[in-house]
Structures are given as structure tokens and as C-alpha cells.
Design a protein around this ligand. Structure first.
Ligand SMILES: *[C@@H]1O[C@H](CO)[C@@H](O)[C@H](O)[C@H]1NC(C)=O
Ligand SMILES: *[C@@H]1O[C@H](CO)[C@@H](O)[C@H](O)[C@H]1NC(C)=O
Length: 507
């Protein structure tokens, strides 16, 4: 008897332990077990449409804001009624957590942009607003059930009209990105693509791949991370990569134009209705970057593979060799690597977001040993198509006889560079005497363009050296007549003309 009751006690303890485990991973226990059953038997649950709570609104380009026609799983006539086009692509848009319980203003914008790019496509908006309006952890846990709803819908639609899997593209924002991932995991075949727009971080950062968006959920998974500021457990957007390609615009932490000053101004001009924009600005930027890629095809942003944000900010990662760079958003090249590729880019603060990236490398010679930190510089770039003057840059370190590499961007294409000016600004707080002797000698300046994939060497305009002094005149550099690339071409030319005879002579 005593043995039995102690066994009972142990199993009771075990239960407490398990359920406390559930509590921390925010899984309502019943939902979790249902989900595991789903995973075990992939056919039975799929044809049961009675428990689907999500709605599938077929939106049109004429009325992108309105739910005029729902496609209902199990009711094949609704496919025709909504004028679903079986011969074209289908985009399934999935929203995230909501405070208001209404569709946010980005939904019709994304629908419009998708139709602008693919006029004959089908755009379906998933409505899971009632489950998305709960206390956040509850809504986060609901992503599994909503993902299952979407998988059922997709499986049914596919089977009903023999719709090609490769025409399916799911797009999810915030919690919706994880919904898309779970849906992709549960469909009979892999869908072509899932785009995750700043997938939600809280309760997902440390979750397993089955509970979050992951590269296994579609043939190709691309992700934009735009609001990953703070420690991993506090970040609004998930920090770790969850796709084949994970792009971190502006480092992924926080987006330009989203600072308090800007958003307060926006609220002042457009009213308190947009108050929530202050909170969501960076998070939602992921969607607007994707919309930008749909609408501004001729101004496609580029992102570059890099080991870290810091290396990218030093301009070290602007290479396009071996798929190290890619187009951002809709036109991405679907490169699948085993490990997910972290990519970086800078953007403007408004659409079109594209900027042009440059790596500047400069060696500071000097007779005396000088050492500075955080020096204000102004750099002017002059190109064939225009110029960009006085780009501010704070040089983190400035030391004698060292080489600095840094990243500069321009928001317009100024074409191939011809001339560069470098100005070392005077410290505004301290007034330096006119005879300030702090001067560096610069012989050459090397600039690599990410967008053009060119490397150009600039040399001092007047002399062997240009002089950079604090608060002094700008140091001026002009393009060298013979650039590295033309020297390389000469070598190549030589090889082409004499290569075979060279080979013969060595044999
Ligand atoms: C899954 O469901 C099918 C159809 O109901 C059934 O035949 C099969 O035995 C089930 N498989 C498992 C592992 O439960
Ligand atoms: C820097 O290098 C140059 C030549 O490379 C040398 O003449 C000069 O003394 C060096 N300066 C210092 C501070 O070491």
C-alpha cells in the first residue's frame, strides 16, 4: 500500500513537473497534445474541416481592403465563386498579433503591391484576428492551431484543383511568420516559398524548429529581421536566423526614421490614430521593405553576406562572389545553403529604401604618433552621374600608420567614382589653435562599390601625399588612370594571347 501511494506521489510530482514545463513554454497542454497527434498522423486530421477557425479572404486588386469573398475548405464551389485563378501564383498573407482586433493598415498595402507586381495572381489574406487578439502568450500558442488551419486549407485547395505546390508563396508577419512555418511543416508537400517578415521573438527565440519558422518549412525561406533590439528574450523580432537567407537591414535592430523624434512628428501630423506606429515602426518596416521590392523593381536593394554586423559596418562584406550578395525581397535569388546565411544592408528612411554601399580604405601615415577616437569626418564622393557631398562619418579610431576601413552609403546612384574629398572636422567643443600640427599624410584611398562590384584606387591629387589636418582643408583624391581592374584585364589579356605558348614551353 505504502509502495503504491509513493508511486502515486512520484507520478503526481512528475505531472506537476511536466505541467510547470508547459507553463514556461506557454503551451496550453491540450493544444500541445493535439498538435503532437497531428504530427504523428498526417492524413486523418487533414480532412476534418469542422474545427477550422481561421478564414481565408480572397482579396482583389480593385478592393484590397475588403473581405468580399471567402474560400472555405470543404466547399469547392467557393473556389470558383471567388474567381480563384488556378493557372497563376498564389500569395497567402498571414497577419500577427493585434491589439485592436482589426486588420492593420499594411494588409491592403501589401495586397495592392502583390497585385501590382503579379496582376493575375491570387492574394488570400488569412483572418485569425480573434485568436490574435488575446494576451500575447495565448496568441503565440495559437500559432500552432492557426498553422494547422492554413495547412488544411492549402492541402484541400491543392487536392481540389490539382494546384501546383511550386506556385504557393506564404508571407507571414510577426506571429504570422511562425504560423506560415507551422503551416509549411504540415502541408503534404513543401510549398515553394515562405517569406518571414520580422518573425516574432518572445516565446520563439529559444523554441524548437517545429514551433517556429525554419528552413525546413518550404523549398525556400527568406526572412527580414528589422526589430531585434535588446536582449534575446526581450527582442520583438526573433534574433536568430530561421530561414535559408536571413537579412538584417541596418543591423536588424532598429530602423532609420523610427526614432522617437520622427514618430512624434508623424503622430503630430497624422493624429493619434497612428500612435501605435511608434511602437511598431521598426517591426513593420520588414513589410514595407518587401512592398518596396515589389513596387520599385528598378531600385532593387542588395544585401551582403557577412559574419557580423560590425564587419559589415566596416565595409568588409561587399563582395558578390560565390553568392555572397543577393537581391532583397521578392526578386531574391533562391540560394539554399545548409546553414542559413546572415546578410546585411543599409537602407534609407523612406521608400524606395535602396542605398549604394561603398567600402573606403585609407592608410594614415604620420611622422609623429597620433591617436584619436570618434573623430568627425565629412566625405564627398563625385561620380559620373552626380555627387554626394559631406557625408558625415564618425571615425571610431584614428591612429598613425594604421589602415582604416569603413562603410559609406549614398541614397542615389552617382555612377562610377572620379574624385573623393576627405575632411576632418574641428572638434566643436574645443577651439584648436590655427597652428594645430595634427596632420596625417594619405597617399591612396581605395573604394569598393557593392552595387557596381568595382574597386577603384584614388591617389592624392596634387602630390605624392594629401594632407589631412584637423579643422583644415579637405584632402582631395582623384581616380588613378590605371585601376587594379584594368591591370587585371591586362594580365588576363596577356594570358589569353600567350598562355598557350607558355604552356607548351613548360611541357
Ligand atoms: C493514420 O490515419 C489513417 C487514416 O485514418 C490510418 O489508416 C492510419 O493507421 C493512421 N496511422 C497512425 C500511425 O495512426
Ligand atoms: C610611420 O611610417 C613611416 C614610414 O612607413 C615612418 O617614417 C614613420 O616614422 C612612422 N611613424 C611612426 C609614428 O611610427
Amino acid at each position: 500500500m505504502g509502495r503504491v501511494s509513493s508511486a502515486c506521489f512520484i507520478s503526481w510530482m512528475y505531472l506537476v513537473y511536466i505541467s510547470s514545463g508547459f507553463a514556461t513554454t506557454i503551451e496550453p497542454a491540450s493544444e500541445f497534445t493535439t498538435f503532437n497527434n497531428i504530427m504523428e498522423n498526417a492524413t486523418e486530421w487533414m480532412t476534418d474541416f469542422s474545427d477550422i477557425e481561421s478564414k481565408f479572404s480572397f482579396r482583389t486588386s480593385e478592393e484590397p481592403e475588403d473581405d468580399l469573398c471567402y474560400i472555405v475548405p470543404g466547399q469547392p464551389e467557393t473556389i470558383k465563386e471567388c474567381n480563384f485563378n488556378p493557372d497563376t501564383k498564389t500569395f497567402i498573407v498571414i497577419h500577427g498579433w493585434t491589439v485592436t482586433g482589426m486588420f492593420e493598415s499594411w494588409v491592403p498595402k501589401l495586397v495592392t503591391a502583390l497585385y501590382d507586381r503579379e496582376p493575375t495572381a491570387n492574394v488570400i489574406v488569412v483572418d485569425w484576428l480573434s485568436r490574435a487578439q488575446q494576451h500575447y502568450p495565448t496568441s503565440a500558442a495559437f500559432t500552432k492551431l492557426v498553422g494547422r488551419d492554413v495547412a488544411k486549407f492549402v492541402n484541400w485547395l491543392q487536392a481540389e484543383i490539382d494546384y501546383p505546390w511550386e506556385k504557393l508563396h506564404l508571407l507571414g508577419y510577426s506571429l504570422g511568420a511562425h504560423v506560415a512555418g507551422i503551416a509549411g511543416l504540415l502541408t503534404k508537400h513543401k510549398v515553394n516559398r515562405i517569406t518571414g517578415m520580422d518573425p516574432a521573438g518572445p516565446s520563439f527565440e529559444y523554441a524548437d524548429a517545429q514551433s517556429t519558422l525554419s528552413p525546413d518549412d518550404a523549398l525556400f525561406v527568406d526572412v527580414l529581421h528589422t526589430n531585434t533590439r535588446g536582449s534575446p528574450d526581450r527582442s520583438i523580432g526573433i534574433q536568430r536566423p530561421v530561414g535559408h537567407i536571413d537579412i538584417y537591414p541596418n543591423g536588424g535592430t532598429f530602423q532609420p526614421g523610427c526614432d522617437l523624434q520622427n514618430t512624434v512628428l508623424m503622430v503630430a501630423t497624422s493624429g493619434l490614430r497612428n500612435m501605435d506606429q511608434i511602437v511598431k515602426c521598426s517591426h513593420e518596416r520588414s513589410i514595407h521593405l518587401f512592398i518596396d521590392s515589389l513596387l520599385n523593381q528598378e531600385q532593387e536593394s542588395m544585401a551582403y553576406h557577412c559574419s557580423s554586423k560590425d564587419s559589415f559596418n566596416k565595409g568588409m562584406c561587399l563582395s558578390c562572389r560565390k553568392n555572397r550578395c543577393n537581391k532583397v525581397g521578392y526578386g531574391v535569388n533562391k540560394i539554399r545553403t545548409r546553414r542559413s546565411s546572415k546578410m546585411y544592408m543599409k537602407t534609407r528612411d523612406v521608400m524606395p529604401y535602396k542605398v549604394f554601399h561603398y567600402q573606403v580604405k585609407v592608410h594614415f601615415f604620420g611622422k609623429t604618433k597620433l591617436s584619436y577616437t570618434d573623430q568627425p569626418m565629412k566625405i564627398s564622393l563625385y561620380g559620373i552621374h552626380g555627387e554626394k557631398e559631406n557625408i558625415p562619418y564618425i571615425m571610431p579610431a584614428l591612429n598613425t600608420n594604421t589602415t582604416m576601413s569603413f562603410l559609406l552609403t549614398t541614397d542615389t546612384d552617382i555612377g562610377e567614382l572620379l574624385m573623393v574629398k576627405l575632411l576632418w572636422e574641428k572638434d566643436t567643443l574645443i577651439s584648436w589653435p590655427w597652428w594645430n600640427p595634427d596632420t596625417f599624410h594619405i597617399r591612396k584611398l581605395r573604394i569598393k562599390s557593392g552595387e557596381r562590384q568595382s574597386k577603384i584606387v584614388f591617389s592624392a591629387k596634387e602630390d605624392e601625399f594629401s594632407y589631412l589636418s584637423r579643422g583644415g582643408e579637405a584632402a582631395v583624391f582623384v581616380k588613378e588612370k590605371e585601376t587594379q581592374s584594368s591591370r587585371k584585364n591586362q594580365r588576363l589579356h596577356k594570358l589569353k594571347m600567350h598562355g598557350s605558348s607558355f604552356k607548351q614551353s613548360t611541357e
